[in-house]
Design a protein around this ligand. Structure first.
Ligand code: ADP
Ligand code: ZN
Length: 752
C-alpha cells in the first residue's frame, strides 16, 4: 500500500494519512488532492509522499486508511518553500497544518465539492479559418457569390488584420453583432474559441499607475541608508535590518532603490504593506517603478483578480510582489529581499486562526530563503527595536525628513480645562477650531483623528441608569445616527435607536461619549462652507470606497478629512498642514499591555501626516491625560525616550518583549463552564514540577461575552515559546472537547 500525508483545511488537525489506489501515479508534494473526511469531500494538499511499498506499514494501516479520491495536479501546486513556511507557521502558532496551508492557497483553489472551481476568466474569440482568409483576400472582399452583408465584410476586414482572432465583445463594440458572426461561421469562414485573459487589478485604478516616476535625488542620509542595506543584501545570507526613519524621511524611495538592486541581481522581492488604506499607493509606486513584473495581493481585490495575480507569480512572470499579510505566502521564487513597511502595524496580525503575524513570518521567510529582511517604521514595535538594541537586527536610522522639512510642531490641549470653561459637551477645543479656521482660509487641508467610530459610544437612561447593551456581547451598543441604529462593533447586532428607555420607558435618554460621526457633524456645524469627509469602517464598506475618498482628498476636493486610525497610516498629502487629534487617550483606557505603545504609535504617525509639503505642519492633541508618558513622548516625537520607559514597564510587569506570551481563551455556554474548563487546563499545565513558564489565570476575559459565548482566559509567560506551546498542546490533546472551544494565541497583539 502506498501512503500519502495530506493537509486538509480543518482547524487544529495534523496532516492525515490516505492511500493511493493501484495504478495511480504518486502525486508530487504540493499537489492538490480530493480526499474523504467523515461524510465530506475536501481539497487537501499533499505534504508527504514517497510511494514506497512497505509491508510493515501495510499491516499497520490495512483497512484503516481511505483512498485518495482524485489527484488534481500532476505537478506541485504549492511550491516547496511555501509548504516549508506554512509548516513552520503551524508549529509556531500551534494551529493545524491544513489551516496554515489554506492561508497560502490562492482564492478559488479549493472548491467546496468536487475540486477547484473554474478559475481563470476566458473570453469568446472569433478567428478566420483558412477559407475565411482566402475569401477576405479576394479583390471583391468576399462580396461576390457569397453575398455577404456590409457588417459581414467589415468583420472579415477586421479579422484579417488580427490573425490571432478578436474578442467577440470587441467586435460587438465595432457594430458587428452575433448575427453577422454566426452567418460567417455557418459559411465556414470563421470559428469561435475561448481565450484565457487576466483580470488586471491595475486597470481598475487610474492610468497614472504606469506613468513614469519623477527622478528623485536621494538625500545624503537616504544615500547612506541605501548603501548600508545594499551591502547587507549583497551578502546573500539571511539578515534582518530595522529601518527606523521618522515620518516623511523617504523610506519608500529606499525600498525602491534596494528592490531595484536585488531585482537586477536576479532575485525576487517581496514587499508587505499594512491592510487596505495604504496598499494602492505603495503598490502603484512599485508598479510605476517596475512595470509589468509586479504583482499585487491584497484583500481589496476580487477573488478572481487575486487568483490571477497568484498564478502570474507562480508561473514566474513577476519578480516583485507587493501585498498585505497573506502575501507573505506568495509563490515567488528566488527571494533575495523581504520588505515589511510599517512593521509595527497591527494589521499584520491575523485575528483568526492561524493567528500569525505577517511580519514575523516574513522574517522567517527571509531566513528560509537566505535573504535580507528589512523592517521599516517611524515607530518600530517594542519587539523589533529591542532586537535592534540586542544587535540581532542591524539598525539603520533616518533622523531627518527629506529636504530638511521640520516635523510638525505639536501642541497639547488639556481637555479638563476646556470642560471647565466650555462645559462637558465640547468636542472641538477652541484652539483646534481656530487652527482649522486659519487652514480653511488659506486653502490648506486638515486631518482630524478620533479612533472611535459612530456618533455616540453608548445610550444611558438618566431616570433608571439602564444602558443599551448588546444581547450577545458584554459591551454597550454604539449609536450610529445616520443609520438611526445602535450597533455592536463586535458581532454587528443592531437595533433601531429607541426614543424612550427600553427599561423604564422614561424619556430622558442621554448619549454618552462620541465617535467620528459626531466629530464630522460638529465640524460641518462650525464650518458650513468646508468640504468635509469621513473615513472609517462605516464609510468605506464598498470596495474601492477608501481609495476614492483618499483620491478626492489628494485632488483637494475635500478640505477636512475626519477618520479613525485608517487616516493615520503612511499617506502622503503635501497640502495637509494641520492634524487634530480628538481624545488622544481613547486607547489608554483599555486593559491591554500594548495600550501605551499603540497610543504612542498612533499619535506619532498621525502627527507625521502634517507638514509633508513646503509649509510647516502643526498637530493639536486634545486629551484628558496630558501628562501620560505615551502622549508626552509622542508630542516630542521622541521614540527612544518612549522605548526606554515602556520597556521598564514591560519588564516590571513581565510582558513582551521581556518575555514570550501565549494567550488562551476557552469559550463556553456559561461563564462558570468556561472558567471550569480553563481551570482544568491550567491545573494540567501547573502539574509538572519544573516548568520553564508561569501560568496566570484563569479569569473571565476582558470581553467576557462575545457573540453569545462566555470566555475565560489564562496566560502562559516564559522564555521558551517551544516548551510553552508543547505543554499547552499536551494539555489540550487529552481534552479534545475543550480543545475545540479553545483559542490559542501565540505572541498576541491584544489580550482583550
Ligand atoms: P516615509 O514613508 O518615510 O514617511 P515617504 O517615503 O512617504 O516617507 O516620503 C515622503 C515624501 O518625500 C514623498 O512624497 C516622497 O516622494 C518624497 N521624497 C522621498 N525622497 C525624496 C528626496 N530625496 N527628495 C525629494 N523628495 C523625496
Ligand atoms: Zn455584540
Amino acid at each position: 500500500m502506498r501512503l500519502v500525508r495530506v493537509a486538509v483545511p480543518v482547524p487544529a488537525l495534523d496532516s492525515l494519512t490516505y492511500c493511493l489506489p493501484d495504478g495511480v501515479a504518486v502525486p508530487p508534494i504540493g499537489a492538490r488532492v480530493l480526499v474523504p473526511l467523515g461524510s465530506r469531500v475536501l481539497t487537501g494538499c499533499v505534504v508527504e509522499a514517497d510511494g514506497q511499498e512497505d509491508d510493515d506499514r501495510e499491516r499497520e494501516y490495512a483497512g484503516r486508511v481511505k483512498p485518495v479520491l482524485q489527484i488534481l495536479d500532476s505537478e506541485s501546486f504549492l511550491p516547496d518553500d511555501v509548504i516549508r513556511l506554512a509548516t513552520w507557521v503551524a508549529d509556531y502558532y500551534a494551529c493545524g497544518i491544513g489551516e496554515a496551508l489554506a492561508t497560502a492557497m490562492p482564492p478559488l483553489a479549493t472548491g467546496k465539492r468536487g475540486g477547484p472551481a473554474p478559475s481563470f476568466r476566458t473570453v469568446r474569440v472569433a478567428r478566420l479559418t483558412a477559407q475565411g482568409l482566402d475569401v477576405a483576400a479576394r479583390d471583391d472582399g468576399g462580396s461576390g457569390d457569397l453575398r455577404l452583408g456590409v457588417r459581414q465584410r467589415e468583420a472579415l476586414a477586421l479579422l484579417t488584420a488580427a490573425p490571432e482572432g478578436l474578442e467577440t465583445a470587441r467586435l460587438a463594440s465595432s457594430g458587428i453583432g452575433p448575427q453577422a458572426l454566426t452567418r460567417l461561421s455557418g459559411l465556414g469562414l470563421l470559428t469561435f474559441t475561448r481565450r484565457q485573459v487576466e483580470r488586471d487589478p491595475f486597470q481598475a485604478g487610474s492610468s497614472s499607475c504606469t506613468a513614469p516616476r519623477p527622478e528623485v535625488v536621494l538625500t545624503p542620509e537616504q544615500e547612506s541608508a541605501v548603501e548600508r542595506l545594499r551591502s547587507l543584501a549583497a551578502q546573500n545570507i539571511f539578515q534582518t535590518a530595522l529601518l527606523h526613519g521618522v515620518t516623511g524621511s523617504g523610506k519608500t524611495e529606499i525600498y525602491l532603490r534596494l528592490a531595484s538592486e536585488v531585482r537586477s541581481a536576479g532575485r525576487g522581492v517581496l514587499v508587505l504593506v499594512p491592510e487596505i488604506a495604504l496598499t494602492p499607493a505603495v503598490a502603484q509606486t512599485f508598479r510605476s517603478a517596475f512595470g509589468e513584473r509586479v504583482a499585487i495581493q491584497h484583500s481589496g481585490l476580487s477573488d478572481g483578480e487575486r487568483h490571477d495575480q497568484w498564478h502570474r507569480i507562480r508561473r514566474g512572470d513577476v519578480d516583485v510582489v507587493v501585498g498585505t499579510r497573506s502575501a507573505v505566502f506568495a509563490p515567488l521564487r528566488g527571494i533575495g529581499l523581504v520588505i515589511v513597511d510599517e512593521e509595527h502595524d497591527g494589521s499584520y496580525k491575523q485575528e483568526e486562526s492561524p493567528r500569525y503575524n505577517g511580519r514575523d513570518v516574513a522574517v522567517m521567510r527571509a531566513r528560509q530563503a537566505g535573504a535580507l529582511a528589512v523592517l521599516g517604521s517611524a515607530t518600530p514595535s517594542m519587539e523589533s527595536y529591542q532586537n535592534a538594541q540586542n544587535s540581532r537586527y542591524a539598525l539603520v536610522t533616518l533622523d531627518r525628513r527629506v529636504l530638511d522639512r521640520p516635523l510638525a510642531e505639536v501642541r497639547i490641549v488639556d481637555m479638563r480645562e476646556e470642560y471647565e470653561t466650555s462645559g462637558p459637551d465640547v468636542v472641538l477645543s477652541g484652539v483646534l477650531c481656530e487652527a482649522m479656521r486659519e487652514r480653511l482660509e488659506r486653502g490648506e487641508q486638515a486631518i482630524v483623528l478620533l479612533n472611535r467610530r459612530g456618533f455616540a459610544s453608548s445610550v444611558f437612561c438618566r431616570q433608571c441608569t439602564a444602558t443599551l447593551d448588546c444581547p450577545n456581547c458584554s459591551v454597550s451598543l454604539t449609536v450610529h445616527r445616520a443609520a438611526n441604529r445602535a450597533r455592536c462593533h463586535y458581532c454587528n447586532h443592531s437595533s433601531p435607536l429607541p426614543k424612550a428607555c427600553i427599561n423604564c420607558s422614561g424619556p430622558y435618554i442621554e448619549l454618552v461619549g462620541f465617535g467620528t460621526e459626531r466629530v464630522e457633524a460638529e465640524i460641518r456645524l462650525k464650518f458650513p462652507a468646508a468640504r468635509v469627509a469621513r473615513v472609517d469602517r462605516d464609510t468605506i464598506r464598498k470596495r474601492g470606497a477608501i481609495s476614492a475618498l483618499l483620491g478626492r482628498f489628494a485632488a483637494r476636493e475635500i478640505d477636512v478629512l475626519v477618520g479613525t486610525q485608517m487616516i493615520a497610516k503612511g499617506h502622503d498629502f503635501p497640502r495637509v498642514t494641520l492634524v487634530g487629534v480628538i481624545s488622544a487617550d481613547v486607547g489608554l483606557g483599555l486593559a491591554d499591555f500594548r495600550a501605551s505603545e499603540r497610543t504612542f504609535q498612533l499619535l506619532t504617525q498621525v502627527a507625521g501626516r502634517a507638514g509633508r509639503g513646503e509649509i510647516r505642519g502643526e498637530a493639536i492633541v486634545q486629551t484628558l491625560f496630558p501628562n501620560h508618558y505615551s502622549i508626552q513622548h509622542a508630542c516630542r516625537q521622541d521614540y527612544a525616550g518612549f522605548f526606554q520607559q515602556e520597556l521598564k514597564f514591560r519588564q516590571a510587569m513581565r510582558y513582551p518583549p521581556a518575555l514570550a506570551l501565549i494567550n488562551a481563551v476557552v469559550k463556553g455556554r456559561t461563564q462558570h463552564g468556561a472558567l471550569r474548563d480553563a481551570g482544568e487546563l491550567v491545573q494540567a499545565l501547573r502539574a509538572g514540577t519544573s516548568q520553564p513558564y508561569r501560568v496566570l489565570g484563569p479569569a473571565p476575559a476582558a470581553l467576557s461575552r462575545l457573540k453569545g459565548e462566555h470566555r475565560a482566559q489564562f496566560f502562559l509567560k516564559g522564555t521558551h515559546r517551544g516548551a510553552m506551546r508543547q505543554a499547552l498542546l499536551a494539555a489540550l490533546s487529552t481534552r479534545p472537547e475543550i480543545r475545540r472551544r479553545t483559542i490559542v494565541d501565540v505572541d498576541p497583539m491584544s489580550v482583550l
